[in-house]
Design a protein around this ligand. Sequence first.
Ligand SMILES: Cc1cc2nc3c(=O)[nH]c(=O)nc-3n(C[C@H](O)[C@H](O)[C@H](O)COP(=O)(O)OP(=O)(O)OC[C@H]3O[C@@H](n4cnc5c(N)ncnc54)[C@H](O)[C@@H]3O)c2cc1C
Length: 328
Amino acid sequence: MDIMETKRPTVPAAEEILGGYFPVLDHGFVSLVDYMGSDEDVERAARVSYGFGTRKVSQTRGLVRYLRRHQHTTPSEMVEFKFHCAMPMFVARQWIRHRTASVNELSARYSLMPLLFYTPEKGQFALQSRSNNQGREGDASDSVYAEAVERWERLRADAGDAYGWMLGEDVAREIARIDLPVSTYTQWYWKIDLHNLLHFLTLRVDSRAQWEIQQFARVIAAMVRRVAPLSYEAWIDYGLEAQKFTRVEREVLSKLVVAAGEGVAARDGVTLSVDQMKAAGLSAREVQEFVEKLGPPEHSDFDLDLSTMCSADDMAAKMFEAVPSSFE
Ligand SMILES: Cc1cc2nc3c(=O)[nH]c(=O)nc-3n(C[C@H](O)[C@H](O)[C@H](O)COP(=O)(O)OP(=O)(O)OC[C@H]3O[C@@H](n4cnc5c(N)ncnc54)[C@H](O)[C@@H]3O)c2cc1C
């Protein structure tokens, strides 16, 4: 194949990791396979420019931030990302709900499934949360964890054995795979534009998302940072770490702070009790959420650990090794 130097603008920080595989969880990965565009392309689309501009970074930054602040989102749809990812099936089920991406998943009707299953580490093996029905909190005992690992291993050995046996008996792959558990790793190519990717990340790096999908989202956020650092920065400032106040919350806030000339001032000595906030129209749950909104944001700073990056060949070899041996 003849290699031609591209006419497209590229980003050195993105080129550094392009095609590299970053491990996530025990057997998963994310790789940035390709990207199209960067912050300058957001600006070019917004201005409907001819050719590549010669604008200063500070001008691009100003515009990128203005667009994000005012939810003028279509220019950021001009930047595209293509990823190769491997994740447990239960994570894939959450991930696939984001409908604005193009996906092609490994076909278990066609391909042999690597028998790789996710095993949570002890630190993630927590008890059911009492405050959040969708969450976990509090450590489970060592003995419960040890037995869970033992049970998982038994189930997976059985499921993997049945799968391998059926393949050996020439049973169709689409049938042989039906009892592989949702802890089994699947893979896909996932292509999405910057705007929709930032929406995905807002929901999935959030502490309310399941911890396992958060780990993938964090790696992807760090990749976005390399491809489009100004958009990433604007997303942190105006999206991820920003808060939107409801009508009643604004009314409550206006009892505490007031516009003063061109600035703002705190009203002297005013405090608001829970009952007063309820009287203003907030429910008990909303009061709790309002107080949380006023707290310091979680510090979000996503970065890649380059020492974990491995090659496509190494990752492919690892996956190949996990295909049932009866079929070698
Ligand atoms: C913490 C958490 C818990 C969740 N729990 C559950 C659960 O218990 N059960 C469950 O089923 N799901 C659950 N979800 C999934 C959630 O309801 C969404 O389906 C998922 O987050 C995708 O969000 P989205 O639709 O905004 O994203 P995308 O599908 O990426 O869409 C992006 C945006 O495009 C627009 N859009 C896309 N498609 C349409 C459409 N057909 N019609 C109108 N607008 C559209 C919307 O504005 C949407 O916000 C959960 C998600 C999170 C983050």
